[in-house]
Design a protein around this ligand. Structure first.
Ligand SMILES: NC(=O)c1ccc[n+]([C@@H]2O[C@H](COP(=O)([O-])OP(=O)(O)OC[C@H]3O[C@@H](n4cnc5c(N)ncnc54)[C@H](OP(=O)(O)O)[C@@H]3O)[C@@H](O)[C@H]2O)c1
Length: 344
């Protein structure tokens, strides 16, 4: 089948027609990807080979497409359904920049009519990563999507609240009953507020001023911090140092799962977010958690309570478009970058 491949670590993206067409297991769907969004992990994997079990490797882990075949035990989906989400990375059948890829029934989202396929392509990795951080890492109760909690006076600090993971972290924090203070640069204030942030702090201003502002706004009611940027452990330590004597356990979750941040001020509990192993048989805990979280997010998406991120769509349709989208994303796009891979 056609698609994008990379032959080796640091190899180039190439459009090819010699990829092996995946075959769905009993609990899987064969999906024709229509739109794919780029994530920082695509380039990280190409450059380093991390998480890649088989070469050639096909990128793109944020996919929206159409079900063309179902495994013998699939019950929730049928041929023709539109699905989206992240199914994992680096193993055969996971790459979305191809004519076909595999979705597992348990961790697939069904696309509601009010969201376009292009929008849906932006909603997998961000939601799923934020969900792990908040509901596994920050001691935030998984809400009942039919009966959402009222907003309490407790805050979540979301570092990178205008980005993809950060935007969904803002949305899901609010829907879980928390107020949100988002750390963003000027260009992302609008996005963070659109996602529901109550307050913002500019990460490009002097650190002491940011910490003072956070303390002043949250007034002893900040116990939960999520870093969706990967590079802010030192900043978080400064915030924790300031709030460590406030009553209550403190929690810090970070998308940086490769650095040990040591003992944190106030003995805050650290949770490294790790979506990477999703979809692999050995990642039982993450697969089960995500299956539970996706069921909740699905209801919220259907009810328009979780909204897609803004995105840039690159010109053209085809697998070349995904390669172009990676270039645009690497150039520092403030928005998610999406490519149309195939006609519907
Ligand atoms: N561990 C995992 O399982 C996992 C899963 C998914 C993603 N990730 C990682 O998570 C990171 C974010 O991914 P993404 O897709 O959300 O990227 P993204 O959409 O590009 O968002 C990154 C955001 O970080 C903000 N930012 C950069 N430096 C900051 C700072 N010092 N303080 C506060 N905000 C800052 C940027 O804001 P401005 O645009 O305003 O500068 C941008 O909004 C990437 O490193 C990615 O590899 C990890």
């Amino acid at each position: 089948m056609k698609g994008v491949k990379v032959e080796q670590v640091n190899g180039n993206y190439q459009v090819t027609s010699d990829l092996e067409k995946p075959i769905p297991d009993p609990n899987q769907l064969l999906v024709k990807p229509i739109f794919g969004a780029v994530n920082p992990v695509d380039e990280l994997m190409r450059n380093s080979g991390i998480l890649i079990t088989n070469w050639p490797w096909t990128p793109c882990c944020d996919v929206a497409g159409v079900v063309v075949e179902i495994g013998s035990e699939v019950t929730r989906f049928k041929v023709g359904d539109k699905v989206f989400g992240c199914q994992g990375v680096g193993f055969p059948g996971s790459g979305g920049a191809a004519e076909y890829c595999l979705f597992s029934e348990d961790i697939a989202f069904k696309k509601p009519d009010h969201i376009s396929l292009a929008e849906a392509a932006t909603m997998g990795v961000g939601n799923q990563t934020a969900a792990l951080g908040l509901w596994n890492g920050l001691d935030i109760a998984l809400p009942d999507p039919q009966n959402l909690p009222a907003i309490s006076d407790e805050w979540v600090l979301v570092l990178g609240g205008g980005g993809s993971v950060g935007g969904y972290a803002v949305q899901l924090s609010k829907l879980s009953g928390y107020k949100v203070i988002a750390s963003v640069s000027a260009r992302s204030v609008g996005a963070a507020v659109a996602h529901g942030a109550d307050e913002t702090v500019d990460y490009k201003t002097p650190v002491d001023g940011q910490v003072a502002k956070i303390k002043e706004i949250t007034k002893g009611k900040l116990h939960r911090i999520i870093d969706t940027t990967a590079f802010n452990a030192n900043f978080v330590k400064k915030v924790l140092e300031e709030i460590k004597d406030d009553a209550g356990e403190k929690y810090f979750a970070s998308v940086n799962d490769w650095e040990d941040c040591g003992i944190l001020p106030g003995d805050a509990k650290f949770y490294p977010i790790s979506l990477g192993p999703l979809g692999r048989p050995e990642a039982k805990e993450i697969n089960e958690a995500l299956s539970k979280f996706i069921a909740v997010i699905q209801v919220l998406v259907d009810a328009s309570k979780v909204k897609p991120s803004e995105y840039n769509l690159v010109d053209g349709t085809g697998f070349e478009s995904f390669i172009e989208a990676v270039k645009v994303q690497s150039g520092g796009s403030a928005k998610k970058v999406v490519a149309q891979l195939q006609e519907e």
